[in-house]
Design a protein around this ligand. Structure first.
Ligand SMILES: *Cc1c(COP(=O)(O)O)cnc(C)c1O
Length: 366
């Protein structure tokens, strides 16, 4: 495949290393590896095939689960938002998917079919989004008839903030609920996301559900890279032109950057249509041959510009047309770029678009 286009090189060994980190931090728990949104942009089938040690996979949409099954994934696959109609329920049976049950409409749907399902009951302990309240959970379990109950699931709302007290309250709520129930299966708990796995001394629950950390990025608001994780994605694109710009000339749409000295500019074939955000700040670093160069001018749909030198520079640059510029990856943490774009690593990784070629490296089978 041509390197003359934006490419996301995905290191499957790094993903396996990060998975092992999750296992080490939660040695008593099973791991549901979260591979929704095409494994946060990393290619869900390839990632799932590489994670032979995963006890299950978590996805958000039925279509995501079907793709995994069709690529030969045999481990349990959980629909984290469950099913919304009969068609999805049928697909869940055909493809043997676990379903999360989070509202009364879904409960009626499941009851109408009467078949034995593999169901997680979602409890809202403080996220305020999906799930039954702690108070209504006992009657949900009663109506469900606790056939095929896999356990109780809850989602932590504030693990981005390592000092938040919300996390502890949520864990207390789900644990005391589980202790008060005498329904088979309700003692099995699934609680921690990446933030919980990484921040809690002993991540609680029989299952953990790491997503972002598998891809080597930090879920924390401080945006400090986590040294024990390995970045799985190297997002890069070729330099397609090198230009001399005179003092006073502008670069890109709107002329938002004007050279204050005669300068050399490299044009890189990547833009917001590839998932390099337009919101990114002027001066954001782009790496070429191990050297950081500042972004200058507006990010356009297909192109960005970086400044290689100006007439003050003492060193001459060695960048050539065809060199690979790295937008984020090894030596240029996605956390740093997220900070420059006023966002979080999640949106950057998930935002790499379909036209970007994914190349997987590393042993694909454990
Ligand atoms: C996305 C998701 C996760 C994974 O979250 P990370 O912060 O990426 O680790 C876990 N559980 C549920 C229910 C999710 O939707």
């Amino acid at each position: 495949m041509s390197s003359r286009q934006a490419t996301a090189i995905i290191d499957l060994d790094a993903i396996r290393h990060n998975f092992d980190q999750a296992k080490q931090r939660a040695p008593a728990s099973k791991v549901m590896a979260v591979v929704k949104a095409d494994a946060y942009g990393h290619g869900a089938s390839k990632v799932a095939q590489a994670l032979v040690g995963a006890d299950a996979f978590g996805v958000a949409r039925v279509s995501e689960a079907v793709k995994l099954r069709e690529s030969g994934i045999g481990q349990p696959i959980c629909l984290l938002e469950g099913v919304s109609d009969l068609e999805e329920l049928n697909l869940a049976s055909v493809y043997e998917l676990q379903v999360v049950l989070h509202n009364w409409e879904q409960l009626e749907l499941l009851a109408s079919r009467g078949a034995r399902r593999h169901v997680w009951v979602k409890v809202d302990t403080g996220m305020g989004r999906l799930g039954f309240s702690v108070e209504e959970t006992p009657s949900v379990l009663q109506k469900l008839g606790h056939q095929g109950l896999l356990g109780l699931m809850t989602h932590l709302a504030d693990t981005g903030d390592k000092r938040s007290t919300t996390t502890g309250h949520q864990i207390d709520r789900i644990t005391s609920l589980a202790n008060s129930l005498a329904v088979p299966g309700s003692e099995v708990l699934s609680i921690a996301n990446s933030g919980g796995v990484l921040a809690l001394h002993k991540p609680p629950g029989d299952w953990v559900r790491p997503g972002l950390m598998l891809y080597g990025a930090s879920p924390f608001d401080d945006l400090d890279p986590i040294p024990s994780l390995h970045a799985a994605m190297s997002f890069g694109a070729p330099v397609i032109a090198i230009r001399s710009i005179r003092q006073g000339e502008s670069v890109g749409y709107g002329g938002i950057w004007t050279a204050d000295q005669d300068s050399t500019i490299a044009v890189v074939a990547v833009g917001y249509a590839d998932g390099y955000p337009r919101e990114i700040a002027q001066g954001a670093p782009v790496l070429v041959n191990g050297v950081r160069y500042p972004l200058v001018g507006r990010v356009s749909m297909d192109l960005i510009c970086i400044q290689l030198d100006d007439s003050h520079s003492t060193k001459t640059h060695s960048v050539k047309v065809g060199d690979r510029a790295i937008l984020w990856g090894d030596d240029l943490p996605v956390e740093e770029i997220a900070d420059k774009a006023g966002t979080i690593p999640y949106t950057l990784l998930c935002g790499v678009t379909a036209r970007v070629n994914r190349q997987h490296r590393g042993n694909s089978r454990g």
